[in-house]
Design a protein. Structure first.
Length: 552
């Protein structure tokens, strides 16, 4: 049953002040005070009545799980701050490192790296908790494969798979499991396994992001069919990424990594979307709301004396109100968040300076194919020689202007915005295939790290990627990013999200040429490399009509 979070409990300010004074003494809090701590800043709770009843009888048992895939980023401080609330409220808290889930989700974590990534997650999550003052001795840490490979659990997976329809499984994982044109069976199993975790961890409640809601409702629907209790589900809001959308491990520009250097934090915040007066999809402002206020109960805007000097806010709504009224300048907000964020990250960075943890980080996020080559004693199998699609810097672009090349009738001269300070100049041989009007203001896909090359006297700074089908006549169509894409968004091949692109592809190595052989258009007009989709954070890259074509 879904009820408003405030129903049945007071929100009087004097009550909240009393609560803050008693928060460190969980045993002495009333059920109402515990309820406030447990539910504050959540977006939604399913099963509030059961939560209230449980708190009247005993301490709540709750778990939070994380699939050990890409490196955790600063948005993980949102669930960490809630875990702090749970402990203050006297809850028994279990943290699950869902290693098997990481593999099932379209093999985001290769089997060879599963154990190393789980170790990395455990170390970095514990460092985050220590950074915000959460006592680790009050927490229980569990690895998924410690119990998910047992006979009993496996039998329950089979029992559940005989009840859950393909439609329900796909729908449940829609916002969590990577969506592809031809989904693997593993991705369909994922939501059911997460539901079963509630029973095998013996908890009253599961906590996660609101993107988990469909998995939570699947658990509520099917667990009773196995004879297991329906659990409480608590959801925190998702922190927008720095470039809009969800902050994602696979979208480098959208996130701040927990181990990013101070100069990287400054650079990313400087580029973050933070339009004056705009409080929607503002990742910088959301971080203040969902992390800094719950942890510190205040936020200081730092600014020069000539602009009024520093100002301390004790209520988040006042920060939002002043930002909307443009009393707070985006630059001051970013600079203030930078200071607060670095205070949280400093202890984590320091911990990971140790040789052991540096070695673990490098090993957990290496490419397994390179390790195999090294094991065979092949000195040529170095990072430079390993030809993988993540080495390509492919981005969404928007055509700002297009005109005929002054010295070549078959070439266009385009200015294309790829999210940089100035548009790039691109020369492309599309005159015979698409009109200037069709190209103007169009979203396109660009390969941005080829060595700039002069074409009839004009330096081309990127390659506009197109689908093509040979024949009479030859047909060519520019690739289309997903609807709603923005200039500069990264395009990646699914399964290769974590790799870093070369600064510039060396012509003699012919990296693009070797990868291009396997770049094709599927029967559904989806751009692919070895049958793995080219994606952005919003979905698949496609073309209009050229099924089975090549990409060049």
């Amino acid at each position: 049953m879904h009820l408003p979070l405030s129903e049945g409990f007071t929100s009087d300010p004097s009550f909240l002040l009393l609560l803050d004074g008693k928060a460190a003494m969980g045993d002495h809090l009333s059920p109402e005070e515990k309820f406030h701590l447990i539910t504050r800043n959540l977006q939604e709770v399913l099963g509030e009545d059961k939560l209230k009843t449980t708190l009247q009888e005993r301490e709540l048992k709750v778990y939070w799980g994380t699939a050990t895939t890409g490196k955790p980023h600063v948005a993980y401080f949102v669930p960490m701050s809630k875990i702090a609330d749970f402990l203050k409220a006297g809850c028994e808290v279990t943290i699950l490192f869902a290693d098997l889930h990481a593999f099932l989700d379209n093999m985001k974590a290769p089997w060879e790296l599963l154990e190393l990534r789980t170790q990395y997650y455990e170390q970095v999550i514990k460092a985050m908790l220590e950074s915000i003052g959460v006592p680790l001795d009050k927490l229980k840490f569990v690895k998924g494969t410690d119990y998910q490979l047992s006979r009993e659990y496996t039998l329950d997976v089979y029992r559940l798979s005989s009840m859950v329809t393909e439609h329900d499984a796909k729908k449940a994982g829609a916002e969590v499991v990577k969506q592809v044109e031809h989904p693997l069976l593993s991705g369909l199993l994922y939501p059911g396994l997460q539901a079963l975790d509630e029973e095998y961890l013996k908890v009253d409640a599961q906590f996660g992001g609101v993107d988990q809601r469909k998995i939570f409702t699947l658990a509520e629907k099917y667990l009773p069919s196995l004879g297991y209790a329906k659990r409480i589900h608590m959801m925190n809001p998702m922190v927008p990424g720095l470039t809009g959308g969800k902050m994602s491990s696979s979208e480098e520009e959208s996130k701040i990594d927990l181990l990013d250097r101070k100069e990287d934090v400054k650079k990313k915040l400087k580029k973050a979307f933070c339009e004056p007066g705009n409080v929607q999809s503002n990742g910088v402002l959301s971080f203040v709301k969902h992390v800094l206020f719950p942890l510190h109960a205040e936020f200081v805007i730092k600014r020069d004396e000539k602009w009024g000097g520093d100002q301390t806010y004790t209520v988040y709504e006042e920060v939002e109100k002043d930002f909307a009224a443009e009393v707070i300048h985006p630059g001051d907000l970013k600079a203030s968040v930078e200071v607060a964020l670095n205070k949280l990250l400093d202890p984590i960075r320091k911990k990971f300076e140790s040789p052991e943890l540096r070695k673990l980080t490098n090993a957990a996020y290496s490419d397994p194919s390179k390790k195999k080559g090294a094991a065979k004693g092949n000195p040529k199998n170095t990072e430079e020689d390993d030809v993988v699609p993540s080495r390509l810097d492919i981005r969404v672009g928007k055509v700002v202007s297009v005109e005929k090349h002054p010295d070549a009738d078959s070439l266009y001269l385009e200015k294309i915005d790829v999210g940089e300070a100035e548009p790039r100049t691109v020369v492309s041989g599309l005159v015979a295939y698409i009109s200037q009007e069709q190209l103007q203001d169009r979203l396109v896909v660009l390969l941005c790290n080829l060595k700039p090359q002069k074409m009839r006297g004009v330096e081309s700074q990127a390659m506009l990627l197109c689908a093509s089908v040979e024949g009479e006549p030859r047909r060519v169509e520019p690739l289309d990013p997903p609807e709603g894409s923005s200039p500069g968004e990264r395009v990646f091949v699914e399964g290769y999200e974590a790799g870093k692109a070369d600064d510039e592809l060396k012509p003699k190595k012919k990296v693009f040429e070797k990868l291009q052989v396997d770049l094709k258009i599927s029967g559904e007009c989806v751009a692919q490399w070895r049958e793995k989709d080219l994606m952005t954070k919003l979905g698949q890259v496609t073309c209009k009509t050229l099924k089975g074509g090549n990409i060049s």
